[in-house]
Write a protein of this length. Sequence first.
Length: 409
Amino acid sequence: MINNTRRQLSQLPLAALLSLVIAPLPTNGTATTNARLAGATNTPNAAPTPATNVSRSSHRSWPRAFANLNYAAIDKPECSGNPRREVKAIYVNLYSACSGKLNDLIELAGQTDINAFVIDVKDDRGNLLFRNMAAAKLNAEANRKALMDDPRPLLQRLKAKQIYCIARIVTFKDPLFARVHPQKAIINNRTEEPFQGSDGLAWASPYDADFREYDLGIAHAAAVAGFNEIQFDYIRFPDVARNANLNYRRHGPQSKAQAVQSFLLEARRRLRPLNVYVAANVFGLVCTTADDMDIGQYWEAVSNAVDYICPMMYPSHYANRSYGLRVPDQQPYELIDRGIKDAQRRNRNLATPARLRPWIQAFTATWLKEYHQYDVAAVKAQIKALSDNGVQSYLIWNPANNYQKQAYR
């Protein structure tokens, strides 16, 4: 998640850069660019024009490029036998879930406010937590490499401790699937080879029917196994410069935003009868930009399709001077306070928006020139900023799964 989002701004197409806008802040009306970038030079301020404000009852006010998306009210009831919770979650990677590290994380939950785990079911390398029929059919190599046959004992153990279980599925970034099915990979037209991001990992095409079916099948298997919620990460196209010259293997008129929303709506159609919730992770910038950043994440389209929308609001990932903050990484409360206000404003454009559940930072961004040590106080400051804005749920990201107990008490 972090490696790709670090370059979110530096790799944006020109059109997306020009569209970066933010609503005037309630305190002083200052308009600044909410530019998510780690280790970048300062980003100049954008024009003080708020992202599009629209009527809940009409599509006529939506920007033309996004007017054909689904903004109609969608019933989002509580799932039978799976009540909604004010989730306070930590991220749990594949290897923590299958090792003695899990004991430490369960102990952490028992001694703090943590009441949920976001567990990798498919990670950003395409590796699987457990074997399933979708992989057996469409990606036998991933099935062979899976770490367990049956996740139900794991889930039963966690639920016995009152831990809410969220399945994280890295969706369209999948180097293992792309290697097994090169004819379904996004192609770099300059090299005629599968496209690789700056992290060296390949993506398969979000337009490909088999690839979409693969991800949906994994989600279905996770729901049947007993996860409370399915969370789609990398539910987007690669964040690249416009001159990247990629072949996305699009065979029809569907836009990137349509591809993303239609996937989420189909996931909802299949998964909701299984009494699980559907969530989507989005770039923190998505709640600020007036377009989809050319990655297919248009805020209202994603929010309308899912139960929970999870903007990744890591302070270290915003360029200096964003929101008028000289070094956002050094002001975690202020950054989260401004970002969540943007998200709430965008949600007010919809009759049935997703509930907000942001990702916040529990790691120190040592790659920054003026980084801040993310100690207990820094984590608590982010949680307080959310609470002060009426948001009680949050997700904590630390890739190594090292968490300080005092931050969650």
